[in-house]
Design a protein around this ligand. Structure first.
Ligand code: PRP
Ligand code: MN
Ligand code: MG
Length: 187
């Protein structure tokens, strides 16, 4: 598949599975399931389309606690190669998150601009708690001073694709995180 487009595998399917299981264990301790029988007490996962879809579904299956799922789709204005920090909602949540324990699920934090906007936007809806779980984080995000409690892997500043991450909408279907061969985006 995608002959020659992937220069190397950065994070294998097995490494993703193992780290996801570790994160699930940490998160299950942080969000002990309530016993009040109220569906609104379940942890609410908010997946950011489209990149987070693979991680969202694998994380939900790895979590030994009841979770509910919502999705948002956002898009940054400006060039396609770098986020501008101005974000537009393409698909909003279907329900109210007031008083809910909310966990934003992301595939990657690159500049951190998408997530800082999203955190502000969701915080204004008065959730009981609001945290983030991201599979990948790049060095710039660390500088963006975002409070991200749960990170799968800190990765170098290289163009990664696969497991939800795309270049021009391709490669999301790969089961691993790979480095894209520069010839693909320089041609
Ligand atoms: C990517 C990625 C994150 C965001 C990170 O999404 O999935 O959501 O960019 O970038 P930032 O930290 O610099 O803001 P993208 O906008 O490409 O949409 P997609 O998930 O549909 O691919
Ligand atoms: Mn995304
Ligand atoms: Mg993308």
């Amino acid at each position: 598949m995608y002959d020659g487009d992937i220069a190397s595998v950065l994070i294998s399917e097995e490494q993703i599975n193992q780290r996801t299981a570790e994160l699930a264990e940490i998160l299950a301790k942080r969000y002990p399931p309530s016993t009040d029988g109220d569906p609104d007490s379940d942890l609410l996962l908010i997946g950011v389309l489209k990149g987070a879809m693979m991680f969202m579904t694998d994380l939900a299956r790895a979590l030994p606690i009841p979770t509910q799922m919502e999705f948002m789709a956002v898009s940054s204005y400006g060039s396609s190669t770098s986020s501008s920090g101005v974000v537009r909602i393409l698909k909003d949540l279907d329900r109210d998150i007031a008083d809910r324990n909310v966990l934003i699920v992301e595939d990657i934090i690159d500049s951190g601009l998408t997530l800082s906007w999203l955190m502000r936007n969701l915080a204004s809806r008065n959730p009981r708690s609001l945290e983030v779980c991201t599979l990948l984080r790049k060095p710039d995000a660390v500088r963006a001073d975002l409070e991200v409690a749960n990170v799968g892997f800190d990765i170098p500043n290289e163009f990664v694709v696969g497991y939800g991450l795309d270049f021009a909408e391709r490669y999301r279907d790969l089961p691993y995180i790979g480095l894209l061969d520069p010839k693909v985006y320089s041609s």
